[in-house]
Ligand binder design. Structure first.
Ligand code: ARG
Length: 475
């Protein structure tokens, strides 16, 4: 059903109808559209534009339409332009022309953006919840490996020994920031555009604030032109989703690398691996690779909306219809990806005995030599030179740092007394990194415990928001 047509002698050409149609993707907004229509109806009833008895009829029909949408007995058809047209068709089918009363004082311009905000709030909460489940899986593995020694890399070259729990728990920090970003988003964007009408507001809807609160928003946006133009909330949501995707891709890259024969640090469980159609021996880390690969489309979705918005005049322009598919795609991508990555992390078996073998390779204890001298008051730049000289000597002799003799050390620098041997082990080096963010076992255990308690708080916040929100959405 078209919501316009009075001034046209002819309907749109087939190609135009096909191009302008959005119902096949914006149908996802149907439950939110009905809820927004009910909040709007309450405003129209207060202002007397719709009588109390008509309002009762309309609301009853909308509630039953919501059930029909949910059960699938009502859906869109070929004649519907968008979700708003389809819902109005459904309403009119139930109660006749009275259904059209709902359109007073609002436009699809404020309706679409209100519906979409509610969709995004709902789905951001679901995504956040899945992110916290991944954090919990990472923390549990990090805890299990809080004492496992591994090489730490910079430039993918051996750098300094670390604890593997420290390595795993760094991902929890990044993902906690992602949840925090979503909570910021909610604080900044929980304002309703409803009541903006086409762009100028309306006198038929006296209390947009009341409708806003009924829908769970903090209040109404301040300016009706801004209200129908603002898509910052979409760009920011897509950024938050892209950042999650990027974090998953970096995690995916590590699992891919760690599962190679050359590394052999992790065995991915069979349920989270795939095989090859030609090479019977193959077990591939496809989940980790998909985590790496999906980031591309998430960033692409953000980019497509940013470019669409650039230079766009304010108020509604049809370009804005292009804001939806990228969001649906990003949300649905993460809803698929997150549970699989969580499962892969939770079921992975790590091999600390193999990691440990490489912990002191590549002269990764050279910094300990420099720190040893710095503790004795040697300026660090000098200490750094001296440690470099030790590495040079080892390289030419084909030995490791701990294989230098006491005399070799003395010849390089008088400060290199035999106690140096105390820091020339991975255990000693790790134990000395006692700063709160460092890799000593106590620091790592504390970091994990704090991350876990932050995660539990985040989960409590999400479930209280979800309860509040589903209360608002229930009819
Ligand atoms: N389907 C449109 C969209 O998604 C709804 C708003 C249409 N408004 C208009 N004035 N044509 O943006």
């Amino acid at each position: 059903m078209a919501l316009w047509g009075g001034r046209f002698a002819q309907g749109p050409a087939e190609s135009v109808a096909a191009l302008s149609r959005s119902v096949h993707f914006d149908w996802r907004l149907a439950p939110y559209d009905i809820r927004v229509n009910i909040a709007h109806l309450h405003g129209l009833t207060k202002s007397g534009v719709v009588s109390a008895s008509d309002a009762q009829t309309i609301e009853g029909a909308l509630v039953s339409l919501a059930a029909d949408v949910q059960s699938g007995t009502f859906t869109f058809n070929d004649s519907d332009e968008d979700v708003h047209s389809a819902i109005e068709r459904g309403l009119v089918a139930k109660i006749g022309p009275l259904g059209g009363a709902i359109r007073a004082g609002r436009s699809r311009n404020d309706l679409v953006v209100t519906d979409f905000k509610l969709y995004i709030i709902d789905h951001l909460l679901t995504v956040s919840n899945l992110v916290t489940q991944l954090i919990a899986a990472l923390n549990a593995q990090a805890e299990r490996h809080a004492g496992s020694i591994a090489p730490g890399f910079t430039h993918l070259q051996h750098a300094q020994p670390i604890l593997f729990g420290h390595e795993l728990a760094k991902h929890s920090q990044a993902l906690l920031r992602d949840v925090d970003r979503i909570s910021d988003w909610l604080e900044r964007h929980s304002f309703s555009p409803l009541g903006a009408g086409a762009l100028a507001g309306s006198g038929l809807q006296p209390s947009p604030e009341a409708s806003a609160e009924e829908l769970g928003f903090i209040g109404s946006l301040a300016n009706s032109i801004d209200a129908v133009s603002d898509r910052d909330f979409i760009a920011e949501a897509l950024f938050a989703l892209s950042m999650i995707g990027i974090h998953l891709s970096r995690l995916g890259e590590e699992f891919t690398l760690w599962s190679t024969t050359e590394f052999g640090w992790v065995t991915v469980a069979d349920e989270y691996s795939t095989g090859s159609s030609i090479m019977p021996q193959k077990k591939n880390p496809d989940i980790a690779e998909l985590a790496r690969g999906k980031a591309g489309r998430l960033v692409g979705n953000l980019t497509s909306v940013m470019v669409m918005l650039k230079g766009l005049p304010f108020a509604y322009n049809r370009d804005l219809q292009e804001d939806k598919e990228p969001v649906f795609d990003s949300m649905e991508t993460l809803l698929l990806l997150l549970p699989a990555v969580t499962g892969m992390v939770a079921t992975a078996t790590f091999h600390p005995e193999i990691m440990q073998q490489g912990a002191t390779a590549g002269f990764s204890l050279a910094t300990e030599v420099a720190d040893f001298l710095a503790r004795k008051g040697v300026p660090f730049a000098t200490a750094h030179e001296v440690a470099g000289a030790c590495v040079k000597k080892c390289e030419s002799a084909g030995i490791d740092l701990h294989e230098l003799s006491d005399a070799d050390f003395q010849a390089i620098h008088p400060g290199l007394t035999p106690e140096i041997r105390g820091v020339l082990t991975a255990e000693g080096a790790i134990a000395s990194r006692t700063s709160s963010l460092g890799t000593s076992e106590q620091s790592v255990r504390e970091q994990i415990a704090i991350a876990e308690s932050e995660n539990v708080l985040a989960q409590a916040w999400i479930s209280s928001e979800q309860k509040r929100f589903s209360g608002m959405m229930s009819l």
